[in-house]
Write a protein that binds this ligand. Structure first.
Ligand SMILES: Cc1cc2nc3c(=O)[nH]c(=O)nc-3n(C[C@H](O)[C@H](O)[C@H](O)COP(=O)(O)O)c2cc1C
Length: 312
């Protein structure tokens, strides 16, 4: 677990300092890298940071919201560390499959972050660039954790104890996310999704897929409508096999896995699907959005897909 902390003035921080204290108290194995302390001259040790990323399976960006974005050092970190060949581009898949979470403290109230409030947009609208950065680097995106009213202005606004209480509540949410990841099956689910498409690409025996499908599975495919049960899946799969040459190519992108209840997962991602059509011998590429509902059966330690929706 790696926390990249960016705060230009940590000595005067209440919120971020409290969150970090709570996280280090709870997890011995957490590594916290405060960028502004490490690099007071803003010269980032790119290789050192990349090495830290390689060892982490869960990456958290912790920072205050500055001008609807990150402090400048965190932006510089992205510019310098997320290089082609490491995080993107040819051979740049070193972050693939890692969990990503942005954890942010804000001064503005919840009401201010609405269409009629003075900040006009919802917080998550401001966070789109980071969401896409996670997707582009093939990390698994967790919905961000943010908290409001974290500012203390002596004699004007709030109090130190209130901001601290707020920050403890914020830290508890982050801790819960990490614990879900450590004790739960999120990483197993991610590994399963990649495996599923590897088997799909080789047009494996239908038995491989059937074993992971709930008997009442509900499928929705473009051009097929909604079908249910194993037999319908088999018919659909046979039609795919008849239509395309082996191998197919499915590239999973923009993966989001949310655990709504213990072991109940809501999954969404995009797939770039390419294949050669048997009849025309022409290559065919489409982008599809997929939404799955999946249950991780702890007794068998295996996933069960309950709903599988594809749209384009
Ligand atoms: C330069 C600067 C820009 C800021 N921009 C925003 C902003 O865009 N939205 C907001 O809600 N708060 C903004 N704030 C308030 C900080 O987010 C808030 O003070 C911080 O989260 C408190 O955390 P700390 O106690 O760890 O410093 C800004 C503060 C500073 C100093």
């Amino acid at each position: 677990m790696l926390v990249i902390l960016s705060h230009p003035n940590l000595e005067n921080s209440i919120a971020n300092k409290t969150i970090i204290e709570q996280l280090s108290k709870r997890f011995e194995q957490i590594e916290i890298r405060h960028l502004e302390t490490l690099y007071p001259d803003y010269k980032i040790d790119v290789e050192g940071e990349q090495a830290a990323l390689l060892t982490a399976d869960f990456l958290i960006f912790q920072h205050p919201f500055y001008w609807y974005s990150t402090p400048p050092m965190l932006k510089k970190y992205l510019d310098d560390v997320m290089t082609p060949g490491f995080a993107i581009g040819v051979g740049g898949d070193k972050l693939k499959g890692k969990q990503f979470l942005q954890s942010i403290t804000l001064a503005g109230s919840q009401q201010s972050y609405t269409a009629l409030g003075y900040n006009h947009f919802r917080v998550q609208e401001f966070l789109k660039p980071m969401e896409q950065t996670a997707f582009h680097t093939q990390m698994i995106y967790n919905l961000p954790i943010y908290s409001h009213r974290n500012e203390y202005k002596p004699e004007v606004f709030s109090s130190v104890s209130e901001v601290k209480e707020n920050a403890v509540t914020h830290a508890e949410k982050v801790i819960e996310k990490i614990e879900d990841f450590l004790n739960g099956n999120k990483s197993n689910v991610a590994a399963f999704i990649y495996k599923w498409f590897e088997h799909f690409d080789m047009l494996d025996d239908q038995g491989y897929f059937i074993q992971y499908l709930d008997t009442d599975i509900e499928f929705t495919f473009p051009g097929y409508g909604t079908i249910t049960g194993h037999e319908s899946f088999k018919q659909w799969y046979t039609s795919v096999k008849e239509k395309f040459e082996k191998p197919l190519k499915h590239e999973v992108q923009n993966l989001v896995i949310e655990e709504s209840f213990r072991n109940q997962f809501d999954i969404r991602f995009q797939v770039k699907f390419s294949a050669i059509q048997k009849e025309s011998q022409k290559e065919f590429t489409v982008f599809e959005s997929e939404n799955w509902k999946l249950f991780w059966n702890e007794t068998t330690d295996r996933p069960v897909i309950k709903k599988y929706t594809v749209s384009n």
